[in-house]
Design a protein around this ligand. Structure first.
Ligand code: ASP
Length: 319
């Protein structure tokens, strides 16, 4: 079987409002999206697996301080980082996830190691950290994950809470996440998601990103999903699995199911955010119910597309 490969990514629904995004920063986001797409697409072009492609794409996003994952992760109320990540392989149904870690340079590699090198699906906290050391993942000091921008966002939020004033922050100051979905030449799907979570979260809080069926899902029979947004709401409706279930049992197309969940299930309950969805036939859907979602894709024609807000697509040279 030789399927034309497809790759899509998101860099989070916590976009900076269009009015405050300078041309330089706009270009930097588009560059970050394009660089990560190129990294994952290189894997797919050489016949590699969807699982390797989404992992590689998310590593590239974790390395970019513009995005809230790995280097650039938001802070908890304790001024610490607690990162969550997950991967899922649509061909086998295997999955790996990690929560509340700070140390492994690329949390998505930690999630992948849980899937491939442990007897479990989900590891959290201290035991997870020990596991990451035992399997030899690269570690970085906690200062490496932080950025001035994220620290400012935390301090402003702590001051706001102390003053008991209204929350007028943009989504960009609250949260963000990165994720990827891919379809490889063998016809297999995979998904990966990685996040620092939500600015000023309570230590110990875990969002939807590492919860299989909430923020991450992949099953060749239905779809691959990576979500971003107010994680509590995505968990409550099992957002990613809800899309798969609508396709499997309700006969909805990928686009119908993904749009419905973003706009008619999540939005009415305050689940601001979006998701990227891909099925084994190569259909792609990138719905969001908020101002924007950093996102991009490379379709079978090999041309990279990137966007931040609505209808601001940039088409890059063929990869
Ligand atoms: N979904 C992430 C979380 O709740 C945050 C985000 O995607 O913006 O941890």
């Amino acid at each position: 079987m030789s399927q034309a490969p497809i790759l899509a990514l998101h860099g989070g629904a916590g976009t900076i409002p269009a009015a405050s995004l300078t041309p330089d920063l706009t270009n930097a986001y588009h560059d970050g999206i394009r660089t990560a797409l190129a990294a994952g697409h290189a894997v797919l072009k050489s016949g590699g697996t969807a699982l390797d492609a989404v992992t590689r794409t998310v590593v590239a996003l974790e390395e970019n301080p513009l995005f809230n994952a790995g280097h650039g992760a938001v802070y908890t109320t304790d001024e610490t980082h607690e990162m969550d990540a997950a991967v899922m392989d649509g061909a086998t149904g295997r999955a790996g996830a990690i929560a509340g870690i700070c140390g492994p340079r690329n949390p998505v590699l930690a999630a992948r190691a849980v899937m491939e090198k442990s007897a479990h699906v989900f590891l959290a906290g201290e035991g997870a950290m020990r596991f990451c050391r035992e399997v030899g993942l690269e570690f970085m000091p906690s200062a490496w994950f932080g950025t001035e921008r994220r620290l400012d966002a935390l301090r402003q939020e702590m001051a706001r809470r102390a003053a008991n004033s209204a929350d007028t922050r943009s989504d960009a100051d609250r949260h963000g996440t990165v994720g990827a979905v891919a379809l490889d030449v063998h016809g297999n799907l995979a998904a990966a998601t990685s996040t620092g979570g939500i600015t000023a979260k309570t230590p110990g809080r875990v969002g939807d990103s590492p919860v299989i069926g909430a923020g991450t899902w992949a099953d060749n029979a239905t779809c691959a999903i990576s979500a971003t947004g107010q994680g509590e709401l995505f968990i409550r409706v099992a957002a990613a699995h809800e899309i798969a279930a609508r396709m499997r049992w309700g006969g909805q197309s990928l686009a119908e199911a993904a749009d419905d969940v973003a706009n008619n299930v999540l939005a009415p309950i305050g689940g601001s955010g979006g998701l990227i969805a891909l099925d084994a036939k190569g259909n792609l859907s990138l719905p969001f119910n908020c101002d924007g979602m950093y996102r991009g894709f490379i379709a079978p024609d090999g041309i990279a597309h990137s966007a931040i807000h609505r209808e601001d697509w940039r088409i890059q040279a063929s990869t």
